[in-house]
Design a binder for this molecule. Structure first.
Ligand code: G3I
Length: 374
């Protein structure tokens, strides 16, 4: 439960981001792995000595005081060598895209399948990366035995308690941050009508955090949601909730802002203002699932708008003292959830399907280089 600090970064970043665009060479030569949990002075010195052009996003992030992560598709990690190489070298943290979700770990009641998630945690350890656990309590990707079962509220409460305890204990000591509760709100700021709210009432949120903390007191515990990038009814309702949780001494450490943007909608330019509200409460923040989709086909205008979208998200984080990490929800257009969910949309990631860097990748590098100059 240690709150990360990046005090010195704020002033430097504010100045640096005002500097006009710096043209960087393509980073396709990026190599090397990321470092230890917070980054040692030796890591920083090594990254500096290497120079920005040869550094990975993870290394540039370390100089700027934050982790740069990616969601990982375990099928791709297993079957696609270039994907595996990029996932290993470019990022300093990883998030399982699906394999820690309830339907993946306990499709059959009482029978756990930890293999793919264990493989990712081992991969992260081999590559000196941290792991964001995703996710313990969600209305979606629940096993069929829960959604089609008929349980009393007391039974459901026991089932949820056991799920959180068993999963968090299984990975105890190996997870940096857990998304404990995911997507609990509607866009209008009311709580989402889920199996958990209906049966357990709003107290399920505080209980989930308490149970997760009991199972691994050292893991950092987050509430995570989408459409909370800027100041709006949803982010304001979340602020009210976490204010209340803090008052009750519920063990919550941070707020995850997913960051799923689309070029056809305006990018929220008040992210830093929004995150500052959580910062003031003593909470860490993170951008946890950044991507910027577009209506296909891609063209130069959309690609440029996409770069701006990514940059707006990263700059919002860099300008927030306790925004500790920036995670993209996948890094290549070869594997993305977007076309399956938004018909006709795609190209949401930093690299093309054949792993060539897009403008968005260069924009993130520029922001990190500038933020790291101090
Ligand atoms: O595992 C089955 C496989 O057995 C089956 O053959 C295949 C056939 O379609 O489906 C597989 O399950 C898919 C699963 O991803 C694993 O690949 C589901 O259909 C598919 O719906 C599921 O989508 C995931 C989605 O969450 C589910 O809501 C996406 O990959 C994943 O990127 C997405 O991630 C969410 C975050 O967890 C929370 N925030 C939003 C974000 C994007 O929706």
């Amino acid at each position: 439960m240690i709150r990360a600090t990046r005090t010195a970064l704020v002033a430097a970043t504010a100045t640096a981001l005002a500097v006009s665009a710096l043209v960087l060479p393509s980073a396709s030569a990026a190599t090397g792995s990321s470092g230890s949990s917070t980054g040692t002075p030796a890591d920083s010195a090594a990254a500096r000595a290497k120079g920005p052009a040869a550094s990975t996003l993870g290394e540039l992030g370390r100089r700027a005081g934050l982790r740069i992560g990616t969601a990982v598709d375990m099928s791709a990690l297993t079957a696609d060598a270039p994907y595996r190489e990029k996932a290993a070298t470019e990022f300093s943290s990883v998030t399982p895209e699906n394999v820690m979700k309830w339907e993946s770990v306990e499709a059959v009641r009482g029978t756990y399948t930890w293999g793919p998630a264990d493989d990712l945690v081992d991969f992260a350890q081999d590559n000196h990366q941290l792991v964001r656990g995703h996710t313990l309590v969600w209305h979606s990707q629940l096993p069929g035995w829960i959604t089609s079962g008929s349980f009393t509220p007391d039974e459901l409460r026991d089932i949820l308690h056991r799920h959180i305890t068993d999963e968090v204990k299984h990975f105890k000591g190996r997870i940096w941050q857990w998304d404990v509760v995911n997507e609990a709100f509607n866009d209008d700021g009311t709580l989402r009508d889920s199996i958990w709210l209906r049966n357990l009432g709003p107290g399920y949120i505080a209980d989930a955090f308490r149970w997760a903390h009991e199972a691994d007191p050292k893991a950092e515990l987050y509430i995570n949601d989408y459409n909370i990038e800027g100041v709006n009814p949803k982010s304001t309702a979340l602020l009210a909730l976490v204010t209340d949780l803090k008052k009750q001494h519920v063990p919550i450490d941070g707020v995850g802002v997913q960051g799923h943007l689309a070029v056809q909608y305006p990018a929220p330019h008040d992210i830093a203002d929004n995150l500052a509200r959580f910062d003031a409460l003593g909470l860490d923040t993170a951008i946890t699932e950044a991507d910027v989709r577009m209506v296909m086909p891609a063209d130069a205008t959309k690609t440029e708008a996409q770069a701006e979208g990514y940059s707006v998200l990263l700059q919002g984080c860099l300008l927030t003292e306790h925004c500790t990490d920036f995670t993209v929800w996948g890094f290549t257009d070869k594997y993305s959830w977007v076309p399956n969910t938004f018909s006709g949309q795609g190209a949401a990631n930093l690299l093309t399907e054949d792993y060539r860097p897009k403008q968005a990748y260069t924009a993130l590098r520029q922001d990190l280089v500038l933020a790291g100059r101090r």
